[in-house]
Every structure is written in structure tokens, then in C-alpha cells.
Design a protein around this ligand. Structure first.
Ligand SMILES: [Fe+2]
Length: 158
């Protein structure tokens, strides 16, 4: 941990940095998964879904940035390489060899839902050990992920 004039205790800051890095790994993985869907989706609804996935990927990239910079603000180091993301991401592997829009919509829906669930746990976890601001960062991202999830899953057959 770096020196900082932030008066939050080092113990709390270190705990938050660990939770942040776990979610940084997952968000980097999620970004790549959504890009995988963006590149490979096919079907009559191609352009709508292809463009939607690109917007979702952009939003997820912003979440990575917010998470990583919160770790930095707490005096921690962001661990945001692809290699670390592969080791630490808690998302399921994205299926290869799929092309139908329904399959990619289902895959991205599942990945967003898994990430969202963990974010909600992180909101509670960081609040419980005394870092209300990191909890707020997770709340903001969780709200964003819920919106992305809505945009994606609304393409499923009702
Ligand atoms: Fe593209």
C-alpha cells in the first residue's frame, strides 16, 4: 500500500483494495466476453445486437476504470492485466462456437447477472467493514450493470 493522507485506516483500505481487484479481474473478463459476442453474433437481428454489445462493452470498460482508480485512491495497486484477470475472474468461461443472437444474448445476460450478484455482495461487504465510499462505488456500478442487463435481456423472447 502507498502512503496516503486519506484518514481511512490502512486495514480497511487494504480490504477494499482486495475486493476491488477481484471485481477488476471480473470486469476485464466481462468486457472481453461482451466483445466476443459483438464480434461473433449472426442472424436477422445482427446490426441491433452487434451495436448493443459494443455499447455494453464500452460501459463495462468504464466500470473497470472506476474500480481500478478507486483502488489507486485508497493507496492500493490496481491489478488489471489480462493474465491476472484470467487467474482471478469469478465469471464462467464464455462459450466458443456459438453464433445465433439468442445464444449470445443468453451468454451476455448470464455474465452480467453473475457480475451484478457479486457487486451486490461487495456493496454489503465493504459497507460492513467501514468503507462507505467504496460501497458507493459498487452501488453505482451495480446500478449500471442492472441497466445493461435490462437492455440485453429485453432482446429475449418474452
Ligand atoms: Fe466493433
Amino acid at each position: 500500500m502507498h502512503q496516503t493522507a486519506n484518514t481511512l485506516s490502512k486495514n480497511i483500505r487494504a480490504k477494499s483494495v482486495a475486493v476491488l481487484n477481484r471485481h477488476l479481474a471480473a470486469s476485464i473478463d466481462l468486457h472481453a466476453q461482451v466483445k466476443q459476442a459483438h464480434w461473433n453474433v449472426r442472424g436477422p437481428t445482427f446490426i441491433a445486437i452487434h451495436e448493443l454489445f459494443d455499447k455494453v462493452a464500452d460501459a463495462v470498460e468504464e466500470y473497470s476504470d472506476t474500480i481500478a482508480e478507486r483502488a489507486g485512491a485508497l493507496g492500493g495497486a490496481a491489478e488489471g492485466t489480462i493474465q491476472i484477470a484470467v487467474e482471478h475472474s469469478f465469471l464462467h468461461r464464455y462459450k466458443l462456437g456459438i453464433d445465433a443472437a439468442e445464444a449470445h444474448v443468453a451468454g451476455v445476460t448470464a455474465a452480467l447477472a453473475t457480475f451484478g450478484e457479486s457487486l451486490r455482495n461487495a456493496i454489503d461487504e465493504t459497507a460492513a467493514f467501514g468503507d462507505a465510499d467504496t460501497s458507493d462505488v459498487f452501488t453505482e456500478i451495480s446500478r449500471g450493470v442492472d441497466q445493461q442487463l435490462w437492455l440485453v435481456e429485453s432482446h429475449r423472447q418474452p
